[in-house]
Ligand binder design. Structure first.
Ligand code: PHE
Length: 338
């Protein structure tokens, strides 16, 4: 045995290792060269038979054989693992980080329906429900809407065959509910409404409202004012106030439009309130005696208030959404912000 031979064996081992096709082949080569009964121990064994003068150089060559081959085994092993990932061959790689399911979120409209309903529930209201496909009676007649009222116009309402229509307001639920129950009544009704509006930044043919109705022996406009004030504070913050402006609805008398003081600027004027300090939020009023009569209530014995507001509008104001269409385009990247 001489140095040339050892160097030749080293080169051969390294080239074989570099060509090892898989883990099994690599392990076979490791055993062949470095194993207890492999080549290296045999060569070491032979060292004792070489002349003393040659021993140091030959020992050095054998040491290099050992370090080079050991390093090559390690290197090839790493390369094979990186390339094939043995666990993957079994169909599943346990070493990969877990895949987290993406967390879902409630749509801003759903969030606001939940939030507003929760506020009114805490005030003693229960949530009531009605159909999207309504009769002309509940959507208009029972709400004291004259036959020639503009809201009945073909250009405003989606009519269906057979005296049916897509409800234009959640107020229809009031009429249904009162027919079924005796006072006291304290309900909120969130739900979809439909109007023949051309879609633009603030209009959508399909939108949501939440309606409120409170009927009892002595409900007054002052109750409406204080309950709405409470709702304003709960929804928008403790500093927010409400104000009433005279208005007209067929089913309430007197009727008001309700503004909230701007939650962004506190009333001094900003972009959100268009410099006015106030934001229009809802329609409301004292239930018209005619509505009670049609529901079978005696207007001499009960009074009540009703209000209704647009959920999309609330969402746009509270979340700073500039275009109602964004709520319906279902771009999850956009909606997930809220
Ligand atoms: N239904 C009315 C609308 O859609 C809102 C309203 C509800 C007004 C209840 C008064 C009382 O505009």
């Amino acid at each position: 045995m001489d140095i040339k031979e050892v160097e030749g064996l080293t080169a051969q081992a390294l080239s074989e290792l570099a060509g090892a096709a898989d883990g099994t082949a690599l392990e076979g080569l490791r055993v062949k060269y470095l194993g207890r009964n492999g080549l290296l121990p045999a060569l070491m064994q032979g060292l004792k038979d070489v002349p003393a003068a040659d021993k140091p150089a030959l020992g050095l060559a054998l040491n290099r054989f050992k370090t080079d081959v050991t390093a090559a085994v390690k290197e090839r092993k790493a390369a094979l693992e990186a390339g094939t990932r043995p666990a993957l061959e079994a169909g599943f790689d346990y070493s990969l980080p877990g895949r987290w399911p993406r967390q879902g979120r409630l749509h801003p409209i759903t969030q606001l329906i939940d939030r507003t309903s929760a506020i009114f529930r805490r005030m003693g209201f229960v949530v009531a429900d009605g159909p999207d496909i309504e009769t002309e009676y509940y959507n208009f007649d029972a709400l004291n809407t004259p036959p020639d009222h503009v809201s009945r116009d073909l250009g405003d309402t989606f009519y269906l065959p057979g005296g049916l229509l897509l409800r234009t307001q959640t107020s229809a639920v009031q009429a249904r509910y009162m027919e079924q129950r005796q006072p006291p009544v304290r309900i909120v009704c969130p739900g979809r409404c439909y109007r023949r509006d051309t879609t633009d930044a603030t209009h959508s043919a399909n939108f949501h409202q939440i309606e409120g109705l409170y009927v009892d022996a002595k409900v007054s406009l002052a109750d409406l004012k204080s309950d709405i004030d409470h709702f304003a504070r709960e929804l928008m913050g403790p500093a927010v106030k409400s104000r009433f402006r005279a208005h007209f609805f067929p089913f309430t008398e007197p009727s008001v439009e309700v503004d909230f003081s701007c939650h962004m600027c506190g009333g001094t004027g900003c972009r959100v309130c268009k410099q006015s300090g106030w934001i229009e939020i809802m329609g409301a009023g004292m239930v018209d005696p005619n509505v009670f009569q049609m529901a079978g209530y005696d207007p001499e014995n009960v009074t009540g208030y009703a209000f209704g507001m647009g959920i999309e509008r609330l969402a746009m104001i509270l979340f700073g959404i500039d275009d109602i269409r964004r709520l319906y385009e279902n771009d999850v990247r956009y909606l997930a912000q809220f």
